[in-house]
Design a protein around this ligand. Structure first.
Ligand code: GDD
Ligand code: MG
Length: 374
């Protein structure tokens, strides 16, 4: 499975800062036990997709701007670094620095003429060379990647002039007040001058405080990106991204899965996955590494994290099952259910639509309404 960033002319530099210190509250309960950058996308952590893309654009060194929890998880995870030298820059304890503060904090490291900043919850098959070139040609202080979406309200929204300059930037405008449907895709090239705009030692929002100032001075530019782009900050988007990539990457007959069950495409199974006799997996399903499925089970439109086990005759549709979860026999799990890592769902339990189960929780009775089980 290979990530295809468009190849581009070589450009000098390159250092990047990856913003990865948010708290991912919208991805709970799965984000209680892993940061967004470690969420698997088609069985590969998002961080690996990001680093592969950066490496293809000649990035040699990257700083992860993290909180202590994310630093812990990343340091203990064996993700592939694509040859990039990694350093960590941690926000002070209990003082998140926002999206701008971490840039200022990493000033000494970011010592090139210009450098990349990427939100660590974005999947984009972008080629960074073009945006860097545009940034230099325009003599910008910041060039931000713009992407067209249907509903811009959840994002930063830009109004773009014909010469590439951004005329207006509004972070999360109220419904009906978006100046366009061009959103900030969370991928920037910044010049050294940016450090003069970011106050030191406090939380700073690039989007609310810095970009509007640069707009006033005519030094904020927008680079249009029309490729595949997704922010995985919400469960629906996380699902949607996996679905899109399943369609792109699924290759019939490529998976070598032990067992005698049936795979309905597009579906991807990780190494060591086992599907028992009479079980049907897919369509639109990702089974993580070493997932074990018993007999006569049915899993569709779902993402199952590594090492989970699903016993005989269980039915899962439209759910995300965390790592090491154990699902008993004849269990029914409906759409939009999210099961935290190490949870145990007992035999014959039915979970209604939209039930979330906290990590390591044991559920022995059915849950009939949409709620979070602590
Ligand atoms: N180190 C650190 N400290 N990182 C942070 C902090 C912090 O206090 N807060 C957020 N981050 C990181 C997050 O981990 C994420 O990778 C990135 O900064 C963006 O934060 P989100 O919380 O995901 O913001 P958003 O998705 O609501 O909005 C941002 O991304 C949109 C594109 O998806 C903004 O940049 C919008 O303008 C943009 O449209
Ligand atoms: Mg986000």
């Amino acid at each position: 499975m290979e990530y295809k960033a468009c190849s581009l002319n070589r450009v000098t530099l390159l250092k990047a800062l990856i913003l990865a210190g948010g708290f991912a509250t919208r991805l709970r309960p799965l984000s209680c036990t892993r940061p967004k950058v470690l969420f698997p996308i088609l069985n590969k952590p998002l961080v690996e997709w990001i680093l592969e893309g950066l490496s293809k654009s000649d990035v040699k060194e990257a700083v992860f701007a993290v909180n202590s929890q994310t630093a812990f998880h990343l340091r203990h995870s064996k993700f592939s670094k694509s040859g990039i030298k990694i350093v960590y820059s941690c926000d002070p304890p209990k003082k998140p620095l926002g999206t701008g503060g971490p840039v200022k904090r990493a000033e000494k490291f970011l010592d090139e003429e210009c450098f990349l900043v990427v939100n660590g919850d974005i999947f984009a098959n972008i080629s960074y060379g073009e945006i860097i070139k545009m940034h230099k040609d325009k003599n910008a202080i910041a060039t931000i990647t713009l992407h067209r979406v249907k509903d811009p309200c959840r994002y930063g929204v830009a109004e773009l002039a014909n010469d590439g300059r951004i005329k207006r930037f509004i972070e999360k405008p109220p419904a009906g007040a978006s100046p366009s449907n061009l959103i900030n895709a969370g991928i920037y090239v910044l010049s050294q001058e940016i450090f003069g705009y970011i106050p030191k030692g406090r939380k700073v929002s690039l989007e609310r405080e810095i970009f509007p100032k640069l707009v006033e001075e005519g030094r904020l530019y927008g680079y249009m990106f029309e490729g595949l782009w997704k922010d995985i900050g919400k469960m629906e988007d996380y699902f949607e991204l996996n679905k899109i990539l399943l369609e792109i990457f699924f290759e019939k007959g490529k998976d070598v899965v032990k067992g005698v069950g049936e795979i309905s495409p597009p579906t991807v199974c990780g190494k060591g996955a086992f599907i028992g006799k009479g079980s049907i997996i897919g369509p639109y399903t990702v089974l993580g590494q070493n997932v074990k499925v018993g007999r006569n089970a049915c899993i569709k439109n779902s993402i199952v994290f590594p090492q989970a086990s699903i016993k005989d005759s269980s039915v899962i549709n439209g759910a995300v099952i965390g790592e090491n979860v154990v699902i008993g026999k004849r269990v029914k799990i409906s759409e939009n259910c999210v099961i935290g890592d190490y949870a145990v769902i007992g035999d014959d339990v039915t979970l209604a639509k939209g039930v979330s189960v906290c990590p390591a929780k044991e559920i022995l009775e059915s849950v009939t309404t949409s709620k979070c089980v602590f």
